[in-house]
Design a protein around this ligand. Structure first.
Ligand code: GUN
Length: 292
């Protein structure tokens, strides 16, 4: 069993990016610049955005954090996006999701110009991804591809089962694993809350990607020997064994399944750290105008 170490891989990628930034500056270029918009003060969103800003500093990027109160109007938010769209010193813009109920997330996603959509959530960029055209890949799926590639996990001709059809992970992941690429070229089954006989399907998986947000949902009886498991879940649960009083659990019963796996991502330290590294990579690509 080999652990797909996202923490180490993300750190390698950040080092590679920092070197590229230093080279850009040496040649008289400017620092890549990421802007993030955070609405409200949801604990998890706050943590993620702070981690993104911190990562920008670490690799030598410029970053701008724009904060709005949770009662900001949709039009005010859209006006800020417009302003950043027009600001040529900013290369990438993300609006942290979820947004308060009174704001239409899809309208906000569509308001970001595709050229600055380093989250890869804009319908134009999702379409480009589906057609295998150059684009910004959504960060979590891109991080998973990067782990599979760097650990040389064979994907061609394999059965890949994805659990969860979110716009951010499951749905794009299913498209990416089916594309004629490496990693890719899998026979993909996308499963969700209405799927019947899930266990029969997961037992066929050579590669199982789990992104449904239910702690320790996947157990040893659901997988076959030699499987590769990618666990995207992060659920915070109370624990009397940690100093903080909390621990993080994935969607997979890691201890129970690990002896059956060829490769598996841990939680924490698996997919999570890769997400931020890939967001930085997209921002670097944008700053070099490599896509559009
Ligand atoms: N919320 C959860 N994941 C993400 C992400 O990757 N990007 C943004 N903008 N919001 C998120």
């Amino acid at each position: 069993m080999i652990i797909l170490d996202g923490k180490k891989t993300a750190s390698d990628i950040k080092e590679e990016i920092a070197i590229e930034v230093a080279n850009l500056l040496d040649k008289g270029g400017k620092k890549p610049h990421l802007a993030a918009i955070l609405v409200g003060s949801d604990g998890a969103s706050e943590t993620y955005v702070k981690a993104k800003v911190k990562a920008c500093v670490k690799v030598g990027f410029e970053s701008t954090l724009v904060r709005f109160d949770s009662n900001v109007s949709e039009s005010e938010l859209l006006a800020e996006i417009e302003k950043i769209n027009r600001n040529s010193s900013i290369d990438g813009l993300i609006v942290q999701l979820p947004l308060p109920k009174h704001i239409d997330e899809m309208k906000v996603t569509e308001a970001i110009i595709p050229e600055k959509d380093v989250d890869g959530f804009h319908p134009a960029n999702i379409g480009r991804m589906a057609l295998n055209l150059p684009t910004y890949l959504p960060a979590t799926p891109a991080g998973i591809l990067e782990l599979l590639e760097r650990y040389e996990v064979e994907t061609s001709g394999k059965n890949c089962v994805v659990i969860g059809r979110s716009h951010i992970v499951g749905s794009p992941m299913s498209i990416l694993m089916a594309r004629n690429n490496n990693p890719g070229n899998c026979t993909v089954t996308l499963t969700h809350s209405r799927t019947k006989n899930l266990k029969e399907i997961t037992k066929t998986a050579d590669i199982l990607i789990v992104a449904l947000g239910k702690a320790e949902f996947v157990t040893a009886d659901m997988v076959k020997e030699g499987v590769t498991i990618i666990d995207v879940g992060i659920t915070r649960v109370k624990s009397d064994k940690t100093k903080s009083g909390w621990k993080l659990l994935g969607d997979v019963d890691f201890k129970g399944v690990k002896s059956k796996c060829d490769f598996i991502t841990p939680v924490p330290g698996g997919v999570g750290p890769m997400t931020i590294a890939m967001l930085l990579k997209n921002t670097l690509i944008s700053s070099k105008s490599q896509l559009y």
